[in-house]
Every structure is written in C-alpha cells, then in structure tokens.
Design a protein around this ligand. Structure first.
Ligand code: A2P
Length: 271
C-alpha cells in the first residue's frame, strides 16, 4: 500500500483508500482541500448537507489537477429523499461543485423513501452523472431491505467506524456482498486520540495515535475519511504507508470496541 493505493469497487471502478473529509470544515474548506491535494490526496468526501460543495469545487479548479485524477463523493440529503427529489438534488450538487459528474453519489441516511431514491440513482449512474452509487449510515437491516428492492448492489457503505465504534454485523454483511466500507469519523471526532492503549502502540511505532487508528482501519480494508483543517494534520493523516501494525497490535485495537457512537444511530435518527 502507498498514498496512491486504490480499492476496487463492485462496479469495477476504483477509489483511493484515504480521503479528506470536510464535514464541519466550514470556511476553512477550500484551504483544507487545496492543502490535501497539494500533499497527495486524490479523494474528497463532501455532502449537500455540509454546505461546502462550492468551496470544494473551487479548490479542485484552483488546484489545476485534471478532473479525472480526483475522486469526488457527495451525498443526497434526507429532505430530498423524502421529497422524491433525487435527480434535481444531484444536479444542484454538480452545479455547486462545478462538475459534470461525481465519482460517487451516496444516500446520506436511510430516510423514508430511500429505496425509490436509490432506483433513481441507478438511472443517474447509467446517464453518467455519477460513476458509482452507494449508501451511508445503513445497518445490515437497511441493506437487506434495499437489496431486495433494487437492481445494483451499492458499491460503498459509509458508516461511523473508529476504535470505539465497530458495527461488526454490518461490516460482515458488506464484506459478503462486496460492498466497500468507508469510515466516517475514523478518529471518533477526536475522542479516540487520547486512548492509553493506542498511545502505547503509537509510542512503539513512533507514530501519532491518529496514524495508528487510520492504519488499523486500512489494514482492516476500510477506507478512511479523516477530517482536518490543519495542514500538518492533513499531511500526517495520509502518511500511513511506511509501517505496518502487527497482528498482535491489530488485535489490541480490535478489543477497544464499545459500540459507542459519537454520531446518531441509523436505527433512530430524527432529522
Ligand atoms: P482539526 O480539523 O481542527 O484538525 P474525525 O475525522 O474522526 O471526525 O476527527 C476529526 C477531528 O479530529 C477534528 O476535530 C480534527 O481537528 C481532529 N484531527 C484530525 N486529524 C488529527 C490529527 N492527526 N491529530 C489530532 N487531531 C486531529
């Protein structure tokens, strides 16, 4: 593995294994994306609900990097799922991003009407407005329901995953169905960075706790989307390829799971 390593999706397209996440990057978004692209990131993860697609688009344009070298994900918001507004929502995202297509379009949450929304996304994929399609915050039960009603298995499921929060059942189901898992809040929104076990492992490898967590996820074949607006952290969060965690340390990390979410529960959200 190196900075340019890509994972193959079930539609035969590929995706870089590290992305910059921009949730809550606010007015720092453009600068964070420019820094990420400068330091070798080629994958940016945004969403309509983050209200920063324009800033992401501006940074992509200003970077001068050819469009086809950057993998861009955005997401369909719940209101647009409930209002059966999938097509217009993607067009609006494309307008804001200043792009003709996104690489990956995700259903942000399993809001009422997600099956219909996904069927519309299958059409949008055929029309080339998005290269791949997938879901986010789907648990096994949501995926089982979706798969019984649609034609294409999602390429990706983006879920909260970090040392304190591993939904093994959903991850196992995704593995069996060749759905790539992406980890949002891989650092537990910062909550996992001071864990004493992770600190001990970090000292041993002479890496930061953030790097240990991200490397642990990559070795579990999970794509990581760390968010930072600080250049030195952006650099650190993709500097993951000159060490490998031993099986023993992987197991120590696996034991930290408490099924403790920092974000909402997909079975019970109210937005
Ligand atoms: P900041 O953007 O100010 O750098 P997650 O991706 O799990 O949601 O975590 C994001 C949080 O962790 C943000 O508060 C971010 O702060 C912080 N963060 C990101 N990368 C690092 C790092 N390498 N070291 C310490 N904190 C980090």
């Amino acid at each position: 593995m190196n900075k340019n390593t890509r994972v193959k999706l079930n539609d035969d397209l590929t995706m870089p294994v590290v992305a910059l996440g921009v949730w809550q990057s606010h007015e720092d978004t453009k600068n964070a994306v420019l820094n990420a692209l400068k330091h070798g990131y080629r994958h940016i993860d945004t969403a309509a609900a983050y209200h920063n697609e324009e800033a992401v688009g501006e940074a992509i344009k200003e970077s001068g990097i050819p469009r086809n070298e950057i993998f861009i994900t955005t997401k369909l918001w719940n209101e647009d799922i409930r209002n059966r507004n999938t097509r217009d929502a993607l067009k609006s995202s494309l307008d804001k991003l200043g792009l003709d297509y996104v690489d990956l379009y995700l259903i942000h949450w399993p809001a009422e009407g997600y099956e219909e929304a996904y069927l519309e996304m299958e059409k949008l994929q055929e029309e080339g407005l998005t290269r791949s399609i997938g879901v986010s915050n789907f648990r096994k039960s949501h995926l089982e329901n979706l798969l019984s009603k649609v034609n294409k298995i999602p390429s990706v499921n983006q879920i909260e995953t970090n040392p304190q929060m591993v939904d093994e059942e959903t991850i196992q189901f995704c593995k069996e169905n060749k759905i790539v898992i992406e980890a949002w809040s891989p650092l537990g929104s910062g909550a996992c960075l001071n864990d004493s076990t992770i600190q001990e492992i970090a000292d041993k490898y002479q890496k930061s706790t953030a790097q240990i967590i991200l490397r642990w996820l990559l070795q579990k074949r999970i794509v990581v989307l760390p968010k930072s607006v600080h250049e030195e952290r952006i650099i650190e969060n993709i500097d993951l390829f000159d060490f490998e965690l031993s099986e023993e340390d992987m197991n120590l990390m696996n034991q930290l799971n408490q099924h403790r979410r920092t974000g909402p529960n997909p079975d019970n959200f109210d937005f």
